[in-house]
Write a protein that binds this ligand. Structure first.
Ligand code: MG
Ligand code: MG
Length: 261
C-alpha cells in the first residue's frame, strides 16, 4: 500500500530530511585520516538529539548504531566501530536517518578521505549524477522503471555496475514503505508515479562487478571483487507533478568546500 502524503505531511518530511542533511554536514567536518567510524556515529547521534530528533536507524530491525558507515568496497549498512579507522585514500559512504514529528528522513553521501584515486573520484561523481538523473524522472505519470532505467543507463554507459540486492523505497511514517525503487529497470515499466508519493532514491554503484557479499555481522555488504562502491541518496516528494528534493547536499558541500580551501 502506497501512502500519499498531504502538503502538510510533506513539510514534516522536509524537516526530518533537512536535519539529516545538517547531520551529514556535521559528520563531514570530522572525516579525515585517523578518525574512527565510531566517532562519526557519536557526532551524528549527538547532533540529531541536540536538534530534537531521534536517530532513525538506531534499533531499526536491530541495527546497533545511528548511522551506516561503509568504507571502500563496503556497499551499504556498515556498522560504525572503534576498530575502523579511516586512512588516506579511503572513501566512506555515510547513510543517516532521522525520526522527528512522526516522519523519517533518509539520505546518504559518499565522502573522500584525503587523497583519493581519480578513478574512484569519477565513480563518486557519476553515482551522484545518476541520482539526479533518476530524480528528473520522478514525475506524475512516469513509472518507477523510468527512474531505475535513467540511473542504470547513466552508470552502465560509463562502465560501472548497478547493485541489485539493495534498492530505494517509499519513506514517510515508516523508514521503509511501498513502493520499492530499484536503481535499474525498463522505461515505461512498474507502478505509475503520482503527486503525494514520497520516495528515497539511492543508487549504489560499483566500480567492478555488481554482485555483493553479505558479511557475518548480518548487516555489512561488500563487493564480490573488493572494488570500491559509491552510494548517494535523496528523499524526494512528487509534488505538483514534479520531484521536490526534501533532503539536501548543500550543507555537506559547504563543509567540503571550506575544507578544500
Ligand atoms: Mg539511507
Ligand atoms: Mg534509504
Amino acid at each position: 500500500m502506497i501512502y500519499l502524503k498531504t502538503d502538510e505531511e510533506i513539510e514534516l518530511l522536509r524537516i526530518s530530511n533537512q536535519l539529516v542533511a545538517k547531520t551529514l554536514a556535521e559528520v563531514a567536518k570530522f572525516i579525515e585520516p585517523g578518525v574512527s567510524t565510531e566517532k562519526l556515529n557519536d557526532v551524528a547521534e549527538q547532533f540529531i538529539r541536540d536538534n530534537g530528533g531521534v536517530p532513525g536507524f538506531l534499533g531499526y530491525s536491530g541495527f546497533p548504531k545511528s548511522i551506516c558507515t561503509s568504507v571502500n568496497d563496503q556497499v551499504v549498512h556498515g556498522i560504525p566501530s572503534e576498530k575502523v579507522i579511516l586512512q588516506d585514500g579511503d572513501i566512506i559512504s555515510v547513510d543517516c536517518g532521522v525520526y522527528k514529528n512522526g516522519f523519517h528522513g533518509d539520505s546518504a553521501y559518499t565522502f573522500c578521505v584525503g587523497d583519493v584515486h581519480p578513478e574512484t573520484i569519477a565513480l563518486l561523481k557519476a553515482t551522484k549524477e545518476s541520482l539526479y538523473k533518476g530524480i528528473e524522472q520522478a514525475q506524475d505519470g512516469k513509472r518507477i522503471g523510468d527512474v531505475g532505467a535513467a540511473i542504470q543507463n547513466y552508470c552502465e554507459e560509463r562502465g560501472y555496475s548497478v547493485v541489485r540486492e539493495m534498492i530505494g523505497h517509499g519513506v514517510g511514517r515508516n523508514l521503509h514503505e511501498a513502493p520499492e525503487v530499484p536503481n535499474y529497470g525498463r522505461r515505461g515499466n512498474g507502478i505509475m508515479l503520482k503527486s503525494g508519493m514520497t520516495i528515497a532514491i539511492e543508487p549504489m554503484i560499483n566500480l567492478g562487478k555488481r554482485q555483493l557479499v553479505f558479511e557475518k555481522d548480518g548487516w555489512t555488504t561488500h563487493t564480490i571483487d573488493n572494488k570500491v562502491s559509491a552510494h548517494f541518496e535523496h528523499s524526494i516528494a512528487i509534488r505538483r507533478g514534479k520531484a521536490d528534493i526534501l533532503s539536501s547536499f548543500e550543507y555537506i558541500e559547504q563543509v567540503l568546500g571550506n575544507k578544500a580551501n
